[in-house]
Design a protein around this ligand. Structure first.
Ligand code: ARG
Length: 474
């Protein structure tokens, strides 16, 4: 059974100057309705606004406007409940779909709505409205992800962590400080997503095909009715501009990259070698062969999806590169990557929030790793600095002590004071007291540092920032 819609007999939007119907394969090839049907709610909102706008300039009478608006509502209603209506439609694109439906119900009045306007501005408007809503959806789920990280930081407050650079033990920090560090990146994503939304928030309606509208429609009123805060300044630019979509995909690519980083950290920390975190059953899978296995598939897939989202951004940039000014049909290739990038970004943000929320730590393993005396080397150098030695020399002395301890296969922090004095007479009996994990943590007592009181401050600030974002997104 082939229910594929065909071109033959379709009342196209542009048939007048053609002798021949389009080649069937080509007609199917150039259709965008299978994917731009997702824009239908926006298209209908734009249609309603346009009906009112052209009523004001005398194209539609008030009764024609009423009939058109009522019919648009009926189309919206049927489209919501009857998906097969859309599946079987031969429409070329979402704009054509609405016109067919209007004409079916209103006869020739249905054709009047497309007065003074072009699909070029319609698609640009619909797409901008989609991106504005999509950005809100992503922002809301980003807030949930950040809240999950803040929850993890709170639950684990006080647990030390062997801080690393180059994946080598560096300095002790709090595990909560590490978690809040991950969360910080997602605040930047929120900023970028909201910047992209602001870029999309400009209404192209009234731009016509490229040169502007030949009827004196009130562009400001159209924009306002559709929730835009401003109108585009140049009609030619407005029909060809997809910068907002690139901006949005760039924001999503950054977000995906951050989720990938989070995922990689947790995959690593869940390995037997680290054992810092436990894999939650709800977000793990097993092996069909090895009974003992519990695999971090959620994190791995979250990391793995990043490629698609970055690819969506690159795909759109490549489509745009080399296009001349104004609308070109290539621009139809903007929608699938953006829809796909958005869907994946939303999914990974939601799954990441769930997985973070379900993650338990192994505090004993974290604490044991943080006891590594190597992590206190910087603290020891600072001890000498506080006694007047230039840091470079203090660094050199501690380095020699550690090398010597390594040779003797003993811990340098267990060296007797008498031996340490041989490296520097500045060492005193208070050394042991200042060379502890707690004092090392407490010493980084600057805003943004890992001193416990600073991390508690940061946690409080996170709550305030989350509240602010929540109210700005609503
Ligand atoms: N389906 C088209 C798109 O997505 C709509 C605009 C078509 N305009 C045109 N002149 N062919 O871009």
């Amino acid at each position: 059974m082939n229910q594929r819609p065909t071109a033959a007999g379709t009342n196209k939007l542009w048939g007048g100057r053609f002798d021949q119907p389009p080649d069937e394969l080509f007609y199917q090839f150039q259709r965008s309705f299978p994917f731009d049907r997702r824009l239908l709610p926006y298209e209908l909102a734009v249609d309603r606004a346009w009906a009112r706008a052209i009523e004001k300039v005398g194209i539609l009478s008030s009764s024609e406007t009423q009939q058109t608006l009522t019919t648009l509502d009926a189309i919206a209603k049927r489209a919501e409940s009857d998906h097969s209506w859309l599946d079987l439609s031969p429409a070329e694109d979402v704009h054509h779909f609405v016109e067919i439906a209007l004409v079916e119900r209103l006869g020739s009045l249905g054709y009047k709505l497309h007065t003074g306007r072009s699909r070029n501005e319609l698609v640009a408007t619909d797409f901008r409205m989609f991106v504005k809503d999509a950005a809100q959806d992503i922002s809301r789920s980003l807030v949930v992800l950040i809240a999950a990280l803040v929850g993890l930081a709170e639950r684990t407050m006080g647990v030390p962590f062997a801080g690393m650079t180059h994946l080598q033990h560096a300095q002790p920090i709090l595990f909560s400080h590490f978690v809040l560090g991950l969360a910080e990146a997602f605040f930047r994503d929120l900023e970028r997503v909201s910047d992209a939304r602001r870029m999309a928030d400009s209404c192209p309606l009234g731009s016509g095909a490229l040169g502007g509208c030949a009827f004196a429609v009130d562009r400001g009123a159209l924009a306002k009715e559709l929730g835009f805060s401003r109108i585009s300044a140049n009609s030619l630019d407005a029909v060809g501009d997809r910068d907002f979509a690139v901006d949005y995909l760039y924001a999503l690519a950054g977000l995906a990259m951050h989720i990938s980083r989070l995922a990689e950290d947790f995959v690593l920390f869940a390995s037997q070698e680290f054992g810092y975190v436990m894999l939650p059953d709800e977000y793990s899978t097993g092996s069909s062969l090895m009974p003992q296995k519990k695999n971090p598939d959620a994190w791995e897939l979250l990391r793995g999806k990043t490629g698609r989202i970055t690819a969506a951004m690159i795909s759109l940039l490549i489509t745009l590169k080399g296009l001349p000014s104004s609308y070109q049909r290539d621009l139809q290739e903007d929608k699938e990557p953006l829809f796909a990038g958005h869907d994946q970004a939303l999914a990974i943000t939601q799954i990441a929030a769930g997985a973070v929320g379900a993650t338990q730590i192994n505090a004993a393993k974290l604490s044991a790793a943080a006891e590594d005396s190597a992590l206190l080397a910087t603290q020891a150098a600072h001890y000498l600095v506080h006694r007047g030695l230039p840091f470079r020399q203090a660094h050199e002395i501690i380095g020699r002590i550690i090398r010597e301890a390594e040779r003797a296969r003993e811990s340098w922090t267990a060296m007797p004071l008498s031996k340490l004095k041989g490296f520097s007479p500045l060492f005193e009996s208070d050394l042991q007291r200042s060379l502890t994990l707690d004092s090392a943590l407490a010493s980084c007592d600057v805003p943004g540092g890992t001193a416990p009181r600073r991390v508690r401050e940061a946690l409080a600030a996170f709550h305030a920032r989350l509240e602010q974002w929540t109210s700005s997104i609503a």
